[in-house]
Design a protein around this ligand. Structure first.
Ligand SMILES: C[S@@+](CC[C@H](N)C(=O)[O-])C[C@H]1O[C@@H](n2cnc3c(N)ncnc32)[C@H](O)[C@@H]1O
Ligand code: SF4
Length: 338
């Protein structure tokens, strides 16, 4: 909350300087505490698992679609169970998706149920929700999934289709209504439904319309600034200036109050100086074939979860983790100022 206020009121450079000063002081302690947890056998890690590498949408701004030469893979349930055994006991947070669309895995409900058995404190996934089935929703409710982030970036079907090349908005809204009904029938508040709104000049005002018209089918709302990377240099959408961005944030606040839980504005990161970052330990990403990479980087860890425990993989890659932490490699591709 404090971070959000500072982001909104301070000039961007002052905010970054303050943020780095905080990181400089706090990060070594965070790192030490994580390492102490690791040594004591406590949960110290956050991971995202892409059980499938495919998507049914074609969002014109999406960085994932830039991954040229990728091959579509699908993890088997058996392999997922192996990965779960070897990784999940170390996790305090698990996302069952990262770069791709999790509902392209038609057995996602079974995968959710396996993950639910590990009592991970925070369990979530991010989806475009057009292929979210009742079976998946019920599995999410019964397995204690904490949050489902639903990526929506238009209030009008024509805008949605212009952005995503598919006309799925009515289906997505129907799925969210079904989810609300299933939660209401069971008198549960979880999973929290969060709208992930990736914002740019052409869709920002529709966020306000969406928030007003669909207030009852989601819990929280993230208003994210389009990241300036890869495809974005050639895509048809445009990043907003800071005043314009926070003008829309103000409108959203009037409708949503504190349900607007994130409004991240980022400047072009190309001139970003290096700083301390221990996000590497919080951002490992597992691919369907069991390989592990550090999210937001090109670093692939040596080892594979289908054949060995994560503690073995960590030990083999300890030097890399240390370097990432000290910013001695090209870890960061984001302007996240952590
Ligand atoms: C890559 S998608 C994968 C999960 C799922 N397919 C979905 O769309 O929710 C994860 C999130 O990244 C966001 N995203 C993709 N490209 C982006 C970009 N260039 N800038 C900011 N967010 C982006 C999407 O809007 C989505 O919320
Ligand atoms: S739905 Fe998600 S993964 Fe698919 S193109 Fe859109 S942002 Fe990218």
């Amino acid at each position: 909350m404090l971070k959000q206020i500072a982001r909104e009121v301070l000039p961007y450079n002052a905010y970054l300087a303050l943020s780095r000063a905080k990181n400089f002081v706090v990060s070594p302690f965070e790192h030490k505490s994580k390492m102490a947890k690791r040594r004591n056998g406590e949960r110290y890690l956050a991971a995202r698992v892409d059980t499938v590498t495919a998507c049914n949408h074609r969002c014109q701004y999406c960085y994932t679609l830039d991954l040229t030469g990728h091959r579509t893979q699908l993890m088997t349930l058996e392999n997922f169970e192996t990965v779960a055994e070897r990784l999940f006991p170390y996790l305090y947070s698990l996302a069952l998706s990262c770069a791709w669309e999790p509902t392209m895995n038609k057995k996602l409900a079974d995968f959710i149920r396996v993950a639910g058995r590990y009592q991970i404190p925070h369990l979530e996934f991010v989806t475009n929700a057009s292929h979210l089935t009742e079976e998946m929703m019920i599995a999410a409710i019964e397995s204690g999934v904490n949050r489902i982030a639903v990526s929506i970036d238009a209030a009008r079907p024509e805008t949605y289709e212009r952005i995503r090349e598919v006309d799925d908005l009515p289906q997505v809204l129907e799925n969210l209504r079904a989810f609300k009904r299933l939660k209401d029938e069971r008198s549960v508040a979880h999973p929290i439904i969060n709208i992930n709104w990736t914002a740019f000049e052409e869709n920002a005002d529709e966020a306000v319309i969406f928030a007003r018209e669909n207030n009852d089918i989601f819990d929280t709302f993230w208003f994210w600034h389009l990241l300036p990377r890869m495809r974005n240099t050639v895509n048809p959408f445009h990043r907003m200036e800071k005043d314009r961005f926070f003008g829309v944030v103000q409108e959203l606040r009037k409708i949503l109050g504190n349900r607007l839980v994130s409004n991240e504005y980022n400047n072009d990161r190309s001139n970003k100086p290096l700083g301390i970052c221990n996000r590497s330990l919080d951002n490992i990403r597992v691919e369907p074939d069991g390989t592990v990479e550090v999210t937001c980087s090109k670093h692939r860890l040596e080892g594979n979860l289908l054949t060995e425990d994560f503690s073995t993989i960590y030990a083999r890659n300890e030097d890399l983790f240390e370097k990432l932490y000290r910013k001695e490699t090209d870890f960061c591709q984001n302007d996240c100022d952590r």
